[in-house]
Design a protein around this ligand. Structure first.
Ligand SMILES: Nc1ncnc2c1ncn2[C@@H]1O[C@H](COP(=O)(O)OP(=O)(O)O)[C@@H](O)[C@H]1O
Ligand SMILES: [Mg+2]
Length: 234
């Protein structure tokens, strides 16, 4: 998908000149349905609501985040952040330029470990791997974990963490999932995101959970996620 023409992406605004580039956060997991798009759109939204300047790069050829943004636009809602399609292998060369214009660049990753995922990885300061709380899902992220481990040989400053997504409300994550996580070369964020209908319900209208149900538990989890991300990147 081609990048949309947007003056924001063409030049560095005077107020950002001389400032450090924004941090790049990539949501990566080759498994479809892990929650990359859900967490990317919500994390970007929360960071923007907190006053940061955010750009979301949709690096999934399916363009789900672009579709979400389109629905948001069509329903006349506030544009919290720009969403651009950048599903191409040169992502790592283009992201630094885009980061000059933002405090945070959030990359919604593709459902495959291929050149595009590698490119997103190369661009990132922090990789978040959403996983459902089962040992199978942790094991299924093996290829991505390996890729990150290799990338860290050359870029030891690259941060990475699992994010438990879709934890069933009222349960703690099972012993097997926890054991599978303990075997990994990096940890899971302490904050977890639960399975909540509002995440799925908010998509069709191009909205965020906190816009559908302000102050809801899902919204609070997203606030905690954004806080955790800020702390990791501080
Ligand atoms: N925490 C959650 N609670 C409820 N539904 C979720 C949650 N996370 C993701 N989903 C739903 O699961 C499906 C897949 O999520 P998505 O974010 O599109 O995954 P990915 O981008 O990794 O393929 C979507 O229908 C989404 O609404
Ligand atoms: Mg997706």
């Amino acid at each position: 998908m081609a990048i949309q023409a947007d003056p924001e992406l063409q030049s560095v605004s005077p107020e950002r000149q001389g400032r450090r580039p924004g941090k790049v956060i990539a949501l990566l997991n080759q498994k479809g349905g892990a929650g990359k798009t859900t967490l990317a759109t919500h994390l970007a939204g929360e960071l923007a609501l907190q006053g940061s300047r955010v750009t979301l790069l949709d690096a999934d050829p399916q363009g789900s985040a672009l579709d979400w943004a389109q629905r948001r636009l069509q329903s006349g809602q506030e544009r919290l952040y720009g969403v651009f399609g950048l599903a191409r292998d040169s992502l790592h060369q283009e992201a630094p330029q885009i980061a000059l214009q933002a405090d945070f660049v959030v990359i919604d990753g593709p459902p495959r470990v291929a050149a595009l995922a590698r490119s997103a990885l190369l661009a990132a300061d922090l990789v978040l791997i959403p996983v459902q709380p089962s040992a199978y899902d942790v094991w299924a992220s093996h290829e991505m974990v390996q890729l990150i481990t290799e990338a860290r040989v050359f870029r030891p400053q690259l941060r990475a963490a699992f994010v438990i997504n879709r934890r069933v409300v009222g349960t703690v994550i099972g012993r097997e999932a926890r054991a599978a996580l303990a075997d990994q070369p990096f940890a899971a964020l302490e904050t977890e995101v639960s399975q909540r209908i509002v995440f799925a319900d908010s998509v069709a209208g191009g909205r965020l959970a906190c816009e559908v149900a302000p102050q809801c538990a899902a919204a609070r989890e997203v606030v905690a996620l954004a806080q955790a991300v800020r702390e990791v990147l501080r």
